[in-house]
Design a binder for this molecule. Structure first.
Ligand SMILES: CCCCC/C=C\C/C=C\C/C=C\C/C=C\CCCC(=O)SCCNC(=O)CCNC(=O)[C@H](O)C(C)(C)COP(=O)(O)OP(=O)(O)OC[C@H]1O[C@@H](n2cnc3c(N)ncnc32)[C@H](O)[C@@H]1OP(=O)(O)O
Length: 187
C-alpha cells in the first residue's frame, strides 16, 4: 500500500471540523460509530490537526474473541472506522478497498483503545491512510496498527448497492441526506 511517486498530500477542507471537535456518527446504524447498534463499537472520533483524527473505543464483553480478550476483527473494525472518519476532514465519501492490520499486543476487555489516524497520500480517487491503537493511556504502547486504501465514491455507491429498506429510511432523514450531499465529490 505504497502511494505512487508524485501522489499528493491530503488537503483539509476549509469547512472541516475544528481540531478537538467531536465528529459524530455518519450513520446511526453503523456498527462502528452508530448509537443505534446495541453491540456496536460506539467509537467516538475527534478532528485533529491537518488531516488526522483521534478516536476512542471501549472494549466490552460483547467484543470478545477469546476469554477476556478483544476479537481481532473487532479491532480491525475500530481501525477501519477511525481511518474512514478522515473523510469528514476532506469532505469526501470513501469506502475501504484494502485494509492491513498488525496485532502487536492482546487487548483485554475493559480497555479504552486510543486510536489515531492520518492520511498519508492522495492519488486521484485513492486515499492512503494509516492508524494506530494504544492501550493503557494516550501514550501507552501500540497494540494494533493498520494501513488502508480508501476509494472515493459518490452517494450513488450506497443508493445502488444498499438494501432498499435502509436506503429509504436514510433518505427520509434530512440530516443524513444533508451530510451525504455536502460531502459528495466527483471522483
Ligand atoms: C445514503 C447513505 C450515505 C452515507 C454516507 C454519508 C456520509 C459520509 C460521511 C462521512 C464518513 C465518515 C465515516 C466513515 C467511517 C467509516 C467507514 C468504514 C469504511 C467501510 O468499511 S466501507 C465498507 C467496505 N468496503 C466496501 O464495501 C467496498 C467494496 N468495493 C467496491 O465497492 C469497489 O471495489 C470500489 C468502490 C472500492 C472500487 O471500485 P470502482 O469500480 O469504483 O473503482 P476501481 O475498481 O476502478 O478502483 C479505483 C482505483 O482503486 C484501486 N483499487 C480498488 N480496490 C483496490 C484494492 N482492494 N487494492 C488495491 N487497489 C484497489 C484500483 O486499482 C483503481 O486504481 P487505478 O485508478 O490506479 O487503476
Amino acid at each position: 500500500m505504497t502511494p505512487p511517486p508524485g501522489a499528493a498530500g491530503a488537503v483539509r477542507h476549509p469547512d472541516a471540523p475544528a481540531p478537538g471537535e467531536l465528529l459524530g456518527s455518519h450513520y446511526e446504524k453503523c456498527f462502528g460509530c452508530g448509537g443505534g447498534q446495541a453491540h456496536g463499537l460506539h467509537l467516538e472520533a475527534r478532528a485533529g490537526e491537518g488531516v488526522a483524527v483521534t478516536a476512542e473505543f471501549t472494549v466490552r464483553p460483547v467484543h470478545q474473541g477469546a476469554p477476556g480478550l478483544a476479537h481481532g476483527g473487532v479491532l480491525s473494525t475500530a481501525l477501519d472506522e477511525t481511518m474512514g472518519s478522515l473523510g469528514w476532514l476532506m469532505h469526501t465519501i470513501m469506502v475501504t478497498g484494502r485494509l492491513e492490520t498488525d496485532f502487536v499486543r492482546p487487548v483485554p476487555v475493559g480497555t479504552v483503545l486510543r486510536l489515531g489516524a492520518e492520511v498519508t497520500a492522495v492519488d486521484g480517487r485513492k486515499v492512503f491512510t494509516r492508524a494506530t491503537g494504544r492501550i493503557g493511556g494516550p501514550d501507552g504502547p501500540v497494540a494494533v496498527r493498520a494501513e488502508a486504501l480508501f476509494i472515493k465514491v459518490n452517494v450513488s455507491h450506497f443508493t445502488e448497492h444498499g438494501r432498499d429498506e435502509e436506503i429509504e429510511a436514510a433518505m427520509a432523514d434530512p440530516d443524513q441526506v444533508r451530510r451525504a450531499r455536502a460531502f459528495e465529490v466527483n471522483p
